[in-house]
Design a protein around this ligand. Sequence first.
Ligand SMILES: Cc1cc2nc3c(=O)[nH]c(=O)nc-3n(C[C@H](O)[C@H](O)[C@H](O)COP(=O)(O)OP(=O)(O)OC[C@H]3O[C@@H](n4cnc5c(N)ncnc54)[C@H](O)[C@@H]3O)c2cc1C
Ligand code: SF4
Length: 284
Amino acid sequence: MELLRPDSTEAAAAALGNGSVALAGGTELVPLLRDGLVRADTLVEVRDVVPRGVEGTRIGAATTLAELEVDAEIPQTLREACSLAASPQLRAMSTLGGNLLQATRCWYWRLGFECYLHGGDLCHARQGQHREHAIFGNQRCASAHPSDPAAALLALGARLRTTERELSISDLYRLPTDNDRNVTALQPGELILEVDAPRPEASVYLKAMDRRKWSFALVGVAAARFADGVRLALAGVAPIPWELSSPDALEEATPLPGTAYKVDIARALVRRALEAVGAGPSRD
Ligand SMILES: Cc1cc2nc3c(=O)[nH]c(=O)nc-3n(C[C@H](O)[C@H](O)[C@H](O)COP(=O)(O)OP(=O)(O)OC[C@H]3O[C@@H](n4cnc5c(N)ncnc54)[C@H](O)[C@@H]3O)c2cc1C
Ligand code: SF4
C-alpha cells in the first residue's frame, strides 16, 4: 500500500478516487482496512492540508476532538459531545472530519454480512440482535449513527465547507435507499475542510451509555437554544444523526422490539436537555 503526503488540499483531492482513500487520524479507517471493509491501494494523508484549529465560528475539519473539548470558544454542546466520545487516546488522534464520516458500529455490517447496507436485500439486525439499533428511519437499515459531535452540530445548525461546495450538516447525511446505500452525500474525492458552528445562547449534550466512559451512545441528545427557538438532535437512534422537530416527535418513533427502551431514555434526556438550556416546561 502506498502513502501519499500531498502539500495542498487541491493535490489531496486530485489524488483521491480510483483506489485512493483519505487518511486523517486513522482511528476509523485503519480498522476498516484491516478488516477488509474498505479496500485501498493508496492512502492520501490529509491531516496536514485540511485546516486545523478554531477561528471565530469556523472549525477546521482536521481539529481533533481533544482540542475541541477544551476550547472555551466552542459551544458547550459540541465540547461535551467531544469529551464524551471514545477515550482520551482516541480523541487525541480523532479529527472532526473523520468523526462525521465514521461508519456504523452494527456488528453484522462490521463482520461483513451481506446486509442491506452492504448492498444486500436483508437487514439481519431487524430479525436478530438489535439492542443498540435505531428507533427512527429504520425501515431498511436499522443501524444507529455513532457520532456524538454530528448530533451536536446538527442541533447548532452547522454548515460545512468542502473542496466542492457549502452544505448544511443536515444535507451531509441521507438515509440509504435501494439505489444508493451511502449514508452521506459526500462525493468520491470530496474533502470536508471546515465546519461553521453558530454560537447559541445556551446548549448542552447528554449521553446515555452502557458505561460512564468510552462507550458509544445508546442515545445522545443535543439541544441548542437560539433567539428564535431550540433545536434538538439525537445520536444513536437512526442510521444518520437525527433532528427532532419537537419533543413530541418522539411519539413518531418506530422502535424494534429490542430498542423500545431507547424511546424512554430519549424522552428523559430531551426533558433534561431542555431544562438545561432554560427551555423546560414552566414550573409555575
Ligand atoms: C473504540 C472506539 C470508540 C469510539 N467511540 C466513539 C464515541 O463514543 N463517539 C463518537 O462520536 N465517536 C467514537 N469513535 C469514533 C472516533 O471518534 C472516530 O474513529 C474518529 O473521530 C475518526 O476520525 P479520524 O481522524 O481518526 O478519521 P479516519 O479514520 O482517518 O477517517 C475516517 C473516515 O473519514 C474520511 N475522512 C477523514 N477526514 C476527512 C476529510 N477531512 N474529508 C473527507 N473525508 C475524510 C476517511 O477517508 C475515512 O473514510 C470511537 C472510535 C473507536 C475506535
Ligand atoms: S442495521 Fe444496517 S448495517 Fe446492520 S444489518 Fe441491518 S442493514 Fe446491515
